[in-house]
Design a protein around this ligand. Structure first.
Ligand code: 5GP
Ligand code: ZN
Length: 118
């Protein structure tokens, strides 16, 4: 079972923000911004490549609810999903990063590690 499936099953603890039957949102263990939340489907989906557009539809609403829940919906935020090697995906269970709480930097091509620029 993958790391995030274990988090869904509560085999690995996480700091949950929001949860419903289909999705879970929890704080990233290594935050890259004052607010850094991961939103995942409870079913295992490898990456955005395999994401069913119908599941994306309800995931959209879930991510919007996260932004409201942590009060970054008005100030602004960034939603990112890393896909595969060039995208820098480390955990092979689809997740959306929701980043906010400060003015975020931009520029993903200027460094060997794309995540240094978040
Ligand atoms: P990726 O690099 O795959 O786009 O993002 C994986 C994210 O998962 C990283 O930001 C990393 O900090 C986070 N992460 C890895 N292991 C854990 C964990 O055990 N708990 C939590 N809450 N986040 C994790
Ligand atoms: Zn999984």
């Amino acid at each position: 079972m993958c790391l995030f499936c274990k988090i869904v099953n509560k085999e690995i603890p996480s700091n949950v923000i929001l949860e419903n039957d289909n999705f879970l949102a929890f704080h990233d263990i290594n935050p890259k911004a004052p607010v850094h939340i991961l939103a995942i489907p409870k079913i295992h989906v490898d990456s955005f490549n395999e994401l069913n557009p119908e599941l994306m539809s309800s995931m959209t609403e879930f991510i919007q609810d996260i932004a409201k829940e942590v009060k970054i919906d008005k100030s602004g935020y960034r939603v990112i999903t890393n896909v595969g090697d060039n995208g820098g995906q480390e955990v092979k269970h689809l997740h959306f990063h929701v980043l906010g709480g400060a003015r975020l930097k931009w520029g993903h091509f200027s460094d060997a590690d794309p995540k240094n620029n978040l």
